[in-house]
Design a protein around this ligand. Sequence first.
Ligand code: NOJ
Length: 552
Amino acid sequence: MPENMKQAVVYQIYPKSFSSHRQQATGDLLGVVDRLDYLAWLGVDYLWLTPFYCSPQKDNGYDVSDYYRIDPAYGSMADFELLLAEARRRGIGIMLDIVVNHTSTEHAWFRQALKGRDNFYRDFYIWRDQPNNWQSKFGGSAWAFEPESGQYYLHLFDQTQADLNWENPQLRQAVFEMMRFWADKGVAGFRLDVINLISKDPAFSEDDSDGRHFYTDGPRVHEYLQQMHREVFAGRELLTVGEMSSTSLAHCIDYSHPERRELSMTFNFHHLKVDYPQGQKWQLGRFDFVGLKRILSDWQQGMHAGGGWNALFWCNHDQPRVVSRFGDEGQYRQASAKMLATALHGLQGTPYLYQGEEIAMANPAFQHIEELRDVESLNAYQQLLASGLDRTQAMAVIRQKSRDNSRTPMQWDNSRFAGFSQTQPWLRLADDAGHINVAAALADPDSVLHHYRRLIALRKQYPVLADGDYRCLTPEHPSLWVYTRRSAAEMLLVISHFGAEAQSYRLPEGVIPEGWQAELLLSNYPAPPAGWQWQLRPWHSLLYRFYPVTPS
Ligand code: NOJ
């Protein structure tokens, strides 16, 4: 893994919605090239681009029909090579999204597989004579009937995303060869889509759940990742992050422990389910703040003790915007966005920020289902109606939960289509683009954008951000999250107020090591009076550093 991993910050780009060089409805790779100076100014080390391979776009590129070719909607291989070179020139590495739990049913392998049970590629997929009760993550059965052969194929996602059979060693070799092709081109890392789902229980057992226990962190997943490490990662400086669906801390330690030679780090989603009432995503709910702290604290301490490494994130292309979710998208948008940024970037792990998060983009308040494009949201809407909700009620859920909340075009300036394009974009812009945009944020030294830039710089300056241990001082408090990060030479104190009401806080005795002195590194309000008791303001955030006084 790369030497800079522990100081690095990754910026996630959803190319379809980032910037359109060709001034079309969708973004493209040259659009990313156009914005590299901005990203270099921000200080990020890597760009993770979600898939831009050939794809019928049923799931916006997570349904790959050719791993070796770039979808013409995004540009050409020459455009990609230019992006690699221009990024490298600015000290930025490009990370590719590798989607190998499934392919599109339009992939040549699947087309071959349809030719008959004897075809070499038949066994690249998972076929059964009878379905079991496993459910697709996008709703309905996870099995689709294929009438020619009379068999069912597995699809944990959309019916057009057929699961690959990792039991087949030739499939594995085909995947590794493809990954080496991109590594040889000079990419700096990989993000591996739902990679902990690739090993299915060979008995295809059932229980009373949706089947997830039989393929999540499955029986051979570590073996497969170790093989991937040997075949693709070994001898190269690659940053690798696995997206882990419904995983466990113990597995994530194993996935990311350097000595096990699997991945550099893992994404997990437990902290983003604190607003799922009874675990149900498609229900309205307030978020459980104490639960959020508990989960993040457990992962901070567990990964630290176990020698694993966390990927830290609030946002991605599958999640609603964090300022709408855990902050205040109205009056305190700026303050709460800065607070959320500091709370996350103070933790141990590698921070990921998702396009638009750095300017506090919020959910766009979709009004009509016709405005949405996401397959999961459209399915969920139908299921909500079928469950008895009326259109207004169903739309209220979609408005809060849909993945399209994060997929609206990036807001660059206050021009007609926000500088994203000069054409009506594929998904509508948020209404606030006139004042929430990069140009305005760049011009305001007090903006959320400048706050993120300082946080990114701090990570490179203070080793305690990478190495320090974690301790939460307010596990049960209803609105305060106060934690320390401590190494032998330094300590950080991060105070985050998740709320608008006045709140006072006094630091318990003994937290600050005797004789150490303090400096305030970052705050979202003017510096408070000196002392270890604070009258906190709405969504207040304070980041202090302590260090021993060196004898003169
Ligand atoms: C996770 C991706 O982030 C999501 O966008 C996609 O729909 C599923 N994996 C299936 O590939």
